[in-house]
Design a protein around this ligand. Sequence first.
Ligand code: CTP
Length: 409
Amino acid sequence: MLAGKRIVLGVTGGIAAYKAVEVCRLLVDAGAHVVPVLTEGAEHFVGRTTFSALASEPAQTSLWNEASPIPHTALGQSADLVLVAPATARLLSAYASGYSHDLLTNVLIATRAPVVLCPAMHTEMWEHPAVRANIATLRARGAHLVEPEEGRLAGGDSGTGRLAAPARIVAEVRAVLARGADLAGLHVVVSAGGTREPIDAVRVIANRSSGKQGYALAAEAIARGARVTLVSTVDLPTPAGVDVRRVQTAAEMEVAMGDLAEQADVVLMAAAVADYRPVAPAAGKLKKDQGVPQIVLEPTPDILAGLGARKPAGQVLVGFAAETSDLVANAEAKLARKNLDLIVANDVGAPGVGFQHDTNAVTLLQPGGEVDTVTLTDKRAVAKAVLDTVVRIRSAGADHHPRKQTEKA
Ligand code: CTP
Protein backbone atom coordinates (compact mmCIF):
# COMPACT_ATOMS: atom_id res chain seq x y z
CA MET A 1 0.00 0.00 0.00
CA LEU A 2 2.89 2.38 0.68
CA ALA A 3 5.03 1.32 -2.25
CA GLY A 4 5.39 4.14 -4.78
CA LYS A 5 3.23 6.54 -2.79
CA ARG A 6 4.47 10.10 -2.68
CA ILE A 7 4.36 11.31 0.90
CA VAL A 8 5.26 14.81 2.05
CA LEU A 9 6.53 14.46 5.62
CA GLY A 10 6.11 17.78 7.44
CA VAL A 11 8.19 18.17 10.59
CA THR A 12 7.52 21.07 12.98
CA GLY A 13 9.45 22.45 15.93
CA GLY A 14 8.92 20.23 18.92
CA ILE A 15 11.23 17.90 20.81
CA ALA A 16 9.40 14.95 19.20
CA ALA A 17 10.94 16.02 15.86
CA TYR A 18 13.66 13.45 16.53
CA LYS A 19 11.05 10.70 16.24
CA ALA A 20 10.11 11.96 12.77
CA VAL A 21 13.49 10.62 11.65
CA GLU A 22 12.29 7.11 12.50
CA VAL A 23 8.92 7.76 10.78
CA CYS A 24 10.83 8.81 7.66
CA ARG A 25 12.97 5.68 7.73
CA LEU A 26 9.97 3.36 8.22
CA LEU A 27 8.10 4.97 5.30
CA VAL A 28 11.11 4.73 3.00
CA ASP A 29 11.70 1.10 4.03
CA ALA A 30 8.08 0.34 3.10
CA GLY A 31 8.70 1.70 -0.41
CA ALA A 32 7.19 5.17 -0.11
CA HIS A 33 8.71 8.19 -1.85
CA VAL A 34 9.23 10.59 1.05
CA VAL A 35 9.74 14.33 0.66
CA PRO A 36 10.64 15.95 3.99
CA VAL A 37 9.56 19.52 4.64
CA LEU A 38 10.99 21.06 7.81
CA THR A 39 9.76 24.24 9.46
CA GLU A 40 12.23 26.72 10.86
CA GLY A 41 11.34 25.47 14.34
CA ALA A 42 12.04 21.86 13.38
CA GLU A 43 15.59 22.77 12.42
CA HIS A 44 16.24 23.79 16.02
CA PHE A 45 15.73 20.13 16.96
CA VAL A 46 16.95 18.10 13.97
CA GLY A 47 19.24 18.85 11.07
CA ARG A 48 18.02 18.78 7.51
CA THR A 49 21.02 16.62 6.57
CA THR A 50 19.60 13.77 8.65
CA PHE A 51 16.34 13.81 6.68
CA SER A 52 18.06 14.35 3.34
CA ALA A 53 20.22 11.29 4.01
CA LEU A 54 17.25 9.06 4.85
CA ALA A 55 14.46 10.37 2.61
CA SER A 56 13.87 9.99 -1.13
CA GLU A 57 14.60 13.66 -1.84
CA PRO A 58 16.58 16.38 -0.07
CA ALA A 59 14.70 18.04 2.78
CA GLN A 60 13.04 21.33 1.89
CA THR A 61 12.78 24.18 4.31
CA SER A 62 11.93 27.34 2.43
CA LEU A 63 9.27 28.85 0.21
CA TRP A 64 12.01 30.69 -1.61
CA ASN A 65 13.66 27.87 -3.55
CA GLU A 66 15.50 29.39 -6.51
CA ALA A 67 15.37 26.15 -8.50
CA SER A 68 11.57 25.94 -8.52
CA PRO A 69 9.43 29.05 -8.46
CA ILE A 70 6.32 27.20 -7.22
CA PRO A 71 7.46 24.54 -4.75
CA HIS A 72 4.46 24.96 -2.46
CA THR A 73 1.83 24.18 -5.08
CA ALA A 74 3.93 21.51 -6.80
CA LEU A 75 4.61 19.60 -3.59
CA GLY A 76 1.04 19.72 -2.35
CA GLN A 77 -0.49 18.88 -5.74
CA SER A 78 1.71 15.88 -6.39
CA ALA A 79 1.46 14.31 -2.93
CA ASP A 80 -0.58 11.15 -2.37
CA LEU A 81 -0.63 12.04 1.31
CA VAL A 82 0.71 14.79 3.55
CA LEU A 83 1.83 13.69 7.00
CA VAL A 84 2.79 16.14 9.74
CA ALA A 85 4.71 14.56 12.64
CA PRO A 86 5.07 16.18 15.07
CA ALA A 87 2.39 18.83 14.61
CA THR A 88 2.75 21.67 17.12
CA ALA A 89 -0.12 23.80 18.46
CA ARG A 90 1.17 26.58 16.20
CA LEU A 91 1.00 24.42 13.07
CA LEU A 92 -2.56 23.29 13.94
CA SER A 93 -3.59 26.91 14.44
CA ALA A 94 -2.02 28.11 11.20
CA TYR A 95 -3.53 25.22 9.20
CA ALA A 96 -6.99 25.68 10.78
CA SER A 97 -7.02 29.37 9.91
CA GLY A 98 -5.43 29.01 6.48
CA TYR A 99 -2.41 31.11 7.47
CA SER A 100 0.33 30.10 5.05
CA HIS A 101 3.51 31.68 6.32
CA ASP A 102 6.01 28.95 5.43
CA LEU A 103 6.54 26.07 3.02
CA LEU A 104 4.73 23.44 5.11
CA THR A 105 1.58 25.51 5.64
CA ASN A 106 1.58 26.29 1.91
CA VAL A 107 1.80 22.58 1.10
CA LEU A 108 -1.10 21.85 3.44
CA ILE A 109 -3.31 24.50 1.90
CA ALA A 110 -2.38 23.62 -1.68
CA THR A 111 -2.99 19.89 -1.38
CA ARG A 112 -6.13 17.85 -2.06
CA ALA A 113 -4.46 14.68 -0.81
CA PRO A 114 -5.41 13.18 2.55
CA VAL A 115 -3.67 14.87 5.46
CA VAL A 116 -2.55 12.99 8.58
CA LEU A 117 -1.70 15.16 11.59
CA CYS A 118 0.20 13.80 14.59
CA PRO A 119 0.05 16.42 17.34
CA ALA A 120 2.64 16.50 20.12
CA MET A 121 2.75 19.07 22.90
CA HIS A 122 2.48 19.49 26.64
CA THR A 123 -0.75 18.30 28.25
CA GLU A 124 -1.84 21.83 29.19
CA MET A 125 -1.50 22.92 25.56
CA TRP A 126 -3.22 19.79 24.20
CA GLU A 127 -6.17 20.42 26.50
CA HIS A 128 -6.42 24.17 25.82
CA PRO A 129 -9.78 25.14 24.28
CA ALA A 130 -8.05 26.91 21.38
CA VAL A 131 -6.18 23.71 20.45
CA ARG A 132 -9.35 21.61 20.91
CA ALA A 133 -11.24 24.00 18.61
CA ASN A 134 -8.53 23.84 15.93
CA ILE A 135 -8.51 20.05 16.11
CA ALA A 136 -12.31 19.95 15.75
CA THR A 137 -12.17 22.30 12.73
CA LEU A 138 -9.45 20.28 11.03
CA ARG A 139 -11.23 16.99 11.63
CA ALA A 140 -14.47 18.45 10.28
CA ARG A 141 -12.60 19.43 7.12
CA GLY A 142 -11.39 15.88 6.68
CA ALA A 143 -7.93 15.76 8.29
CA HIS A 144 -6.96 12.49 9.97
CA LEU A 145 -5.64 12.82 13.50
CA VAL A 146 -3.24 10.41 15.19
CA GLU A 147 -3.89 11.26 18.80
CA PRO A 148 -0.89 11.78 21.06
CA GLU A 149 -0.14 9.23 23.75
CA GLU A 150 0.31 9.47 27.46
CA GLY A 151 3.85 9.34 28.78
CA ARG A 152 7.01 11.26 29.49
CA LEU A 153 7.18 14.74 27.96
CA ALA A 154 10.03 17.23 27.62
CA GLY A 155 11.32 18.91 30.77
CA GLY A 156 10.55 15.97 33.05
CA ASP A 157 6.76 16.35 32.81
CA SER A 158 4.43 13.51 32.01
CA GLY A 159 0.85 13.30 30.72
CA THR A 160 -1.04 13.18 27.43
CA GLY A 161 0.72 14.89 24.55
CA ARG A 162 3.58 12.59 23.59
CA LEU A 163 3.86 11.97 19.86
CA ALA A 164 2.31 8.64 18.83
CA ALA A 165 4.87 5.87 18.31
CA PRO A 166 6.42 5.92 14.80
CA ALA A 167 5.01 2.44 14.04
CA ARG A 168 1.50 3.63 14.94
CA ILE A 169 1.87 6.68 12.72
CA VAL A 170 2.98 4.55 9.77
CA ALA A 171 0.09 2.11 10.40
CA GLU A 172 -2.37 5.04 10.27
CA VAL A 173 -0.80 6.32 7.03
CA ARG A 174 -1.24 2.84 5.54
CA ALA A 175 -4.85 2.69 6.71
CA VAL A 176 -5.66 6.13 5.27
CA LEU A 177 -4.13 5.20 1.91
CA ALA A 178 -5.92 1.83 1.90
CA ARG A 179 -9.25 3.46 2.66
CA GLY A 180 -8.44 6.11 0.08
CA ALA A 181 -10.23 4.32 -2.66
CA ASP A 182 -12.77 1.94 -1.21
CA LEU A 183 -15.69 4.22 -2.14
CA ALA A 184 -14.19 5.40 -5.44
CA GLY A 185 -16.73 5.72 -8.23
CA LEU A 186 -19.70 5.69 -5.82
CA HIS A 187 -22.22 8.44 -5.20
CA VAL A 188 -22.90 8.85 -1.50
CA VAL A 189 -25.82 11.01 -0.35
CA VAL A 190 -25.88 12.16 3.28
CA SER A 191 -28.53 14.15 5.14
CA ALA A 192 -27.46 16.23 8.15
CA GLY A 193 -28.96 18.47 10.82
CA GLY A 194 -32.38 18.96 12.29
CA THR A 195 -35.28 20.17 10.17
CA ARG A 196 -37.00 23.47 11.03
CA GLU A 197 -40.76 23.65 10.66
CA PRO A 198 -42.23 27.17 10.59
CA ILE A 199 -44.84 28.22 13.15
CA ASP A 200 -45.00 31.77 11.80
CA ALA A 201 -42.68 34.17 9.97
CA VAL A 202 -40.08 34.15 12.78
CA ARG A 203 -40.52 30.97 14.82
CA VAL A 204 -39.78 27.34 14.05
CA ILE A 205 -40.10 23.92 15.62
CA ALA A 206 -36.54 22.62 15.66
CA ASN A 207 -34.56 19.94 17.48
CA ARG A 208 -31.17 19.57 19.10
CA SER A 209 -29.35 17.98 16.14
CA SER A 210 -26.12 19.86 15.29
CA GLY A 211 -25.42 18.08 12.00
CA LYS A 212 -21.89 17.16 13.13
CA GLN A 213 -22.33 13.41 12.60
CA GLY A 214 -23.68 13.93 9.07
CA TYR A 215 -20.77 16.26 8.19
CA ALA A 216 -18.30 13.73 9.61
CA LEU A 217 -19.86 11.06 7.36
CA ALA A 218 -19.54 13.36 4.34
CA ALA A 219 -15.88 14.15 5.17
CA GLU A 220 -15.06 10.47 5.58
CA ALA A 221 -16.89 9.45 2.39
CA ILE A 222 -15.07 12.04 0.27
CA ALA A 223 -11.73 11.05 1.82
CA ARG A 224 -12.47 7.49 0.68
CA GLY A 225 -12.96 8.53 -2.94
CA ALA A 226 -16.76 8.89 -3.17
CA ARG A 227 -18.68 11.66 -4.90
CA VAL A 228 -20.63 13.13 -2.01
CA THR A 229 -23.81 15.19 -1.85
CA LEU A 230 -24.85 16.55 1.53
CA VAL A 231 -28.44 17.64 2.13
CA SER A 232 -28.10 19.91 5.13
CA THR A 233 -30.14 22.20 7.35
CA VAL A 234 -27.06 23.62 9.11
CA ASP A 235 -24.09 25.81 8.29
CA LEU A 236 -20.94 23.94 9.32
CA PRO A 237 -17.57 24.03 7.47
CA THR A 238 -18.10 22.00 4.30
CA PRO A 239 -15.50 19.29 3.66
CA ALA A 240 -13.59 20.13 0.45
CA GLY A 241 -15.21 18.64 -2.64
CA VAL A 242 -18.60 17.92 -1.04
CA ASP A 243 -21.63 19.28 -2.90
CA VAL A 244 -24.13 20.81 -0.41
CA ARG A 245 -27.87 21.33 -0.91
CA ARG A 246 -29.44 23.53 1.76
CA VAL A 247 -32.92 22.71 3.02
CA GLN A 248 -34.99 23.73 6.03
CA THR A 249 -38.15 21.67 6.36
CA ALA A 250 -38.96 17.96 6.22
CA ALA A 251 -40.89 18.62 2.99
CA GLU A 252 -37.83 20.24 1.34
CA MET A 253 -35.58 17.47 2.59
CA GLU A 254 -37.99 14.84 1.22
CA VAL A 255 -37.81 16.38 -2.28
CA ALA A 256 -33.99 16.71 -2.23
CA MET A 257 -33.40 13.22 -0.86
CA GLY A 258 -35.97 11.66 -3.20
CA ASP A 259 -34.24 13.14 -6.28
CA LEU A 260 -30.72 12.29 -5.19
CA ALA A 261 -31.40 8.82 -3.80
CA GLU A 262 -32.71 7.49 -7.15
CA GLN A 263 -29.16 7.36 -8.52
CA ALA A 264 -27.17 7.00 -5.29
CA ASP A 265 -25.10 3.97 -4.34
CA VAL A 266 -25.17 4.74 -0.62
CA VAL A 267 -27.72 6.86 1.27
CA LEU A 268 -26.99 7.89 4.87
CA MET A 269 -30.00 9.48 6.54
CA ALA A 270 -28.30 11.16 9.51
CA ALA A 271 -30.70 14.12 9.73
CA ALA A 272 -33.10 14.49 12.63
CA VAL A 273 -36.39 15.01 10.82
CA ALA A 274 -39.32 16.57 12.65
CA ASP A 275 -42.14 14.05 13.02
CA TYR A 276 -44.78 16.79 13.19
CA ARG A 277 -45.20 20.24 11.70
CA PRO A 278 -47.74 23.05 12.13
CA VAL A 279 -50.67 22.48 9.75
CA ALA A 280 -51.01 26.16 8.85
CA PRO A 281 -47.96 28.32 9.63
CA ALA A 282 -48.90 32.01 9.98
CA ALA A 283 -47.65 34.18 7.13
CA GLY A 284 -46.67 37.05 9.44
CA LYS A 285 -45.44 37.14 13.04
CA LEU A 286 -47.92 35.95 15.67
CA LYS A 287 -48.45 38.84 18.09
CA LYS A 288 -49.01 38.54 21.83
CA ASP A 289 -52.25 40.50 21.64
CA GLN A 290 -53.68 37.73 19.44
CA GLY A 291 -53.67 35.50 22.56
CA VAL A 292 -51.94 32.17 23.23
CA PRO A 293 -51.61 30.47 19.85
CA GLN A 294 -53.15 27.05 19.39
CA ILE A 295 -50.63 25.30 17.14
CA VAL A 296 -52.21 22.34 15.39
CA LEU A 297 -49.68 19.77 14.17
CA GLU A 298 -49.79 17.19 11.39
CA PRO A 299 -47.35 14.33 10.72
CA THR A 300 -44.48 14.93 8.29
CA PRO A 301 -43.65 12.28 5.70
CA ASP A 302 -41.23 9.60 6.93
CA ILE A 303 -38.53 10.33 4.35
CA LEU A 304 -36.44 7.28 5.15
CA ALA A 305 -39.39 4.88 5.01
CA GLY A 306 -40.21 6.33 1.58
CA LEU A 307 -36.62 5.79 0.39
CA GLY A 308 -36.74 2.23 1.77
CA ALA A 309 -39.96 1.47 -0.11
CA ARG A 310 -38.41 2.58 -3.44
CA LYS A 311 -34.83 1.44 -2.81
CA PRO A 312 -33.02 0.67 -6.09
CA ALA A 313 -31.27 -2.71 -6.38
CA GLY A 314 -27.76 -2.63 -4.97
CA GLN A 315 -28.20 0.58 -2.99
CA VAL A 316 -27.11 0.53 0.66
CA LEU A 317 -29.63 2.51 2.73
CA VAL A 318 -28.55 3.55 6.22
CA GLY A 319 -30.81 5.02 8.88
CA PHE A 320 -30.13 6.46 12.30
CA ALA A 321 -32.09 5.96 15.48
CA ALA A 322 -31.97 8.36 18.39
CA GLU A 323 -33.32 6.55 21.42
CA THR A 324 -33.56 7.16 25.13
CA SER A 325 -34.72 3.63 26.07
CA ASP A 326 -34.81 0.08 24.64
CA LEU A 327 -32.11 1.04 22.14
CA VAL A 328 -31.67 -2.26 20.34
CA ALA A 329 -35.35 -3.29 20.22
CA ASN A 330 -36.47 0.14 18.94
CA ALA A 331 -33.66 0.32 16.39
CA GLU A 332 -34.37 -3.20 15.14
CA ALA A 333 -38.02 -2.30 14.62
CA LYS A 334 -37.01 0.78 12.55
CA LEU A 335 -34.50 -1.30 10.56
CA ALA A 336 -37.26 -3.68 9.47
CA ARG A 337 -40.06 -1.12 9.09
CA LYS A 338 -37.99 1.20 6.89
CA ASN A 339 -36.35 -1.58 4.80
CA LEU A 340 -32.80 -0.54 5.76
CA ASP A 341 -29.48 -2.31 5.26
CA LEU A 342 -27.99 -0.78 8.40
CA ILE A 343 -29.19 1.28 11.33
CA VAL A 344 -26.90 3.36 13.51
CA ALA A 345 -28.49 3.63 16.93
CA ASN A 346 -27.42 5.96 19.70
CA ASP A 347 -28.60 6.38 23.24
CA VAL A 348 -28.99 10.15 23.21
CA GLY A 349 -29.54 10.21 26.97
CA ALA A 350 -25.98 8.97 27.69
CA PRO A 351 -23.20 11.49 28.50
CA GLY A 352 -21.23 12.69 25.46
CA VAL A 353 -23.50 10.84 23.02
CA GLY A 354 -25.44 12.20 20.06
CA PHE A 355 -26.94 15.66 19.71
CA GLN A 356 -24.52 18.61 19.72
CA HIS A 357 -21.52 16.70 21.07
CA ASP A 358 -18.29 16.18 19.13
CA THR A 359 -18.37 12.60 20.36
CA ASN A 360 -20.74 9.70 19.88
CA ALA A 361 -21.22 6.06 20.85
CA VAL A 362 -23.31 3.84 18.59
CA THR A 363 -24.66 0.37 18.00
CA LEU A 364 -24.71 -0.77 14.36
CA LEU A 365 -27.47 -3.25 13.50
CA GLN A 366 -27.99 -5.18 10.27
CA PRO A 367 -31.02 -7.19 9.14
CA GLY A 368 -29.24 -10.54 9.60
CA GLY A 369 -28.87 -9.79 13.31
CA GLU A 370 -25.22 -8.72 13.07
CA VAL A 371 -24.45 -6.19 15.82
CA ASP A 372 -21.36 -3.99 16.26
CA THR A 373 -20.74 -1.40 18.93
CA VAL A 374 -18.55 1.68 18.78
CA THR A 375 -17.74 2.99 22.26
CA LEU A 376 -17.49 6.73 22.97
CA THR A 377 -15.21 8.36 20.41
CA ASP A 378 -15.19 11.36 18.06
CA LYS A 379 -17.82 11.56 15.33
CA ARG A 380 -15.25 11.09 12.57
CA ALA A 381 -14.25 7.73 14.06
CA VAL A 382 -17.95 6.77 14.19
CA ALA A 383 -18.22 7.80 10.52
CA LYS A 384 -15.28 5.51 9.69
CA ALA A 385 -16.94 2.57 11.45
CA VAL A 386 -20.24 3.22 9.63
CA LEU A 387 -18.56 3.39 6.21
CA ASP A 388 -16.42 0.31 6.96
CA THR A 389 -19.70 -1.54 7.56
CA VAL A 390 -21.23 -0.10 4.37
CA VAL A 391 -18.22 -1.36 2.39
CA ARG A 392 -18.65 -4.84 3.95
CA ILE A 393 -22.40 -4.87 3.15
CA ARG A 394 -21.65 -3.91 -0.45
CA SER A 395 -19.07 -6.64 -0.89
CA ALA A 396 -21.33 -9.27 0.74
CA GLY A 397 -24.12 -8.16 -1.63
CA ALA A 398 -21.79 -8.49 -4.61
CA ASP A 399 -20.94 -12.05 -3.49
CA HIS A 400 -24.64 -12.96 -3.28
CA HIS A 401 -25.55 -11.27 -6.54
CA PRO A 402 -22.48 -11.48 -8.77
CA ARG A 403 -22.63 -9.15 -11.74
CA LYS A 404 -23.91 -10.83 -14.90
CA GLN A 405 -21.08 -12.14 -17.04
CA THR A 406 -20.48 -9.85 -19.95
CA GLU A 407 -19.64 -11.23 -23.39
CA LYS A 408 -16.35 -13.04 -23.56
CA ALA A 409 -13.69 -11.21 -25.52
N1 CTP B 1 -36.68 9.90 9.62
C1 CTP B 1 -37.15 10.38 8.41
N2 CTP B 1 -38.31 11.06 8.35
C2 CTP B 1 -39.02 11.33 9.46
C3 CTP B 1 -38.55 10.85 10.72
C4 CTP B 1 -37.36 10.14 10.76
O1 CTP B 1 -36.51 10.15 7.39
N3 CTP B 1 -40.16 12.00 9.38
C5 CTP B 1 -35.42 9.12 9.66
C6 CTP B 1 -34.28 9.77 10.42
O2 CTP B 1 -33.49 10.55 9.57
C7 CTP B 1 -33.51 8.57 10.94
C8 CTP B 1 -34.58 7.50 11.10
O3 CTP B 1 -35.68 7.92 10.31
O4 CTP B 1 -32.57 8.10 10.01
C9 CTP B 1 -35.04 7.28 12.50
O5 CTP B 1 -35.43 8.49 13.09
P1 CTP B 1 -35.99 8.52 14.58
O6 CTP B 1 -36.40 9.95 14.89
O7 CTP B 1 -35.03 7.84 15.51
O8 CTP B 1 -37.26 7.57 14.48
P2 CTP B 1 -38.74 7.78 14.05
O9 CTP B 1 -38.99 6.92 12.88
O10 CTP B 1 -39.09 9.23 13.91
O11 CTP B 1 -39.49 7.11 15.31
P3 CTP B 1 -39.65 7.65 16.83
O12 CTP B 1 -39.69 9.17 16.73
O13 CTP B 1 -40.92 7.05 17.27
O14 CTP B 1 -38.47 7.14 17.61
